[in-house]
Design a protein around this ligand. Structure first.
Ligand SMILES: Nc1ncnc2c1ncn2[C@@H]1O[C@H](COP(=O)(O)OP(=O)(O)OP(=O)(O)O)[C@@H](O)[C@H]1O
Length: 272
């Protein structure tokens, strides 16, 4: 059961079903680390979910498990009713450090996965052009990654993941290392891209404002062993820009979730 779902007004088709998911690790000293403990969550088709929580609460483990890169100890994850067993092109992952190939131009990077999928040259070119346009890099199609800024490379990385036409996009703190202005610019661009080309997105972040700006729902996890503490649906306008950050509804949500995170942090340090 999801805890405290706030004003869930839209009902869409469930796509990802996470049921009683637990993941344990064995350390080198043979100790057991419970990274996830009976996590339950339903993610709907074309929903944008942000996952937040204290460091070490299992956010990356959750993302890696959905990606099929991490074994499940118990419970299950299904996508469209099918169990996840291994990585698949239907789930594209974007990490904190971009995965842009330095030996390929911008357009070759964006078209790479389509080439691997043996799409026709014409289809590759069409999709590459569409995403170059969506991430506003048309003038840089022949540029090499080393000629781009960090923010531009991140746009290539997101376009590369998107162009593969995955059902699910998994993003693990993709804007973490960027400066605040670049970060906010990319947040607006990602939201705009998602509005124009909807996908199911799971976005991990430490940044509460980023989560509130980007997400349709915000999942707050507890300190290790990671569980879902609460799920919020702020219902901000679908089409949004940075100006919502100063709205009273945004400030109010920010305060509420911040208080929960502070309390979790305090409880976590008491039990250490
Ligand atoms: N391969 C591993 N072996 C042992 N323990 C691990 C392994 N991977 C993760 N852990 C532990 O599992 C817990 C969850 O880790 P995870 O990286 O998922 O947390 P996180 O919430 O993403 O953290 P952060 O926000 O700091 O990136 C942590 O205590 C971590 O030390």
């Amino acid at each position: 059961m999801e805890a405290k779902v706030k004003s869930l007004t839209e009902v869409t088709e469930p796509l990802i079903e996470i049921n009683d998911l637990s993941v344990e690790f064995q350390t080198s000293t043979n100790d057991k680390v419970i990274a996830l403990n009976k996590v339950n969550l339903t993610v709907h088709k074309n929903e944008f979910i942000c996952v937040m929580g204290p460091s070490g609460c299992g956010k990356t483990t959750l993302l890696n498990t959905i990606a099929g890169m991490q074994n499940i100890t118990s419970g299950s994850i299904t996508i469209g009713g099918k169990n996840i067993e291994k990585p698949s092109p239907e789930r594209a992952v974007v990490f904190q450090n971009d995965a842009v190939f330095p030996w390929m131009t911008v357009e070759e990077n964006i078209g790479f996965s389509l080439k691997m999928q043996k799409k026709s040259k014409q289809e590759i070119q069409q999709t590459v052009n569409q995403f170059l346009h969506l991430v506003k890099l048309e003038d840089f199609r022949h540029a090499w990654p080393k000629q781009l800024s960090g923010g531009m490379r991140k746009r290539v990385d997101i376009a590369r993941a998107y162009a593969a036409n995955p059902k699910v996009l998994l993003l693990d703190e993709p804007f973490g290392p960027l400066d605040i202005m670049t970060k906010e610019h990319l947040q607006e661009e990602l939201r705009r891209l998602w509005m124009q080309a909807p996908r199911t997105v799971i976005f991990i972040t430490h940044d509460l404002e980023e989560a509130l700006f980007l997400g349709d729902r915000i999942v707050v996890m507890t300190p290790r062993p990671g569980k879902i503490h609460s799920v919020y649906k702020p219902n901000f306008p679908k089409n949004r820009d940075m100006s919502i950050k100063t709205s009273s509804a945004f400030v109010d949500f920010r305060k509420r979730i911040h208080a929960i995170l502070k309390q979790e942090e305090a409880e976590g340090s008491e039990t250490k």
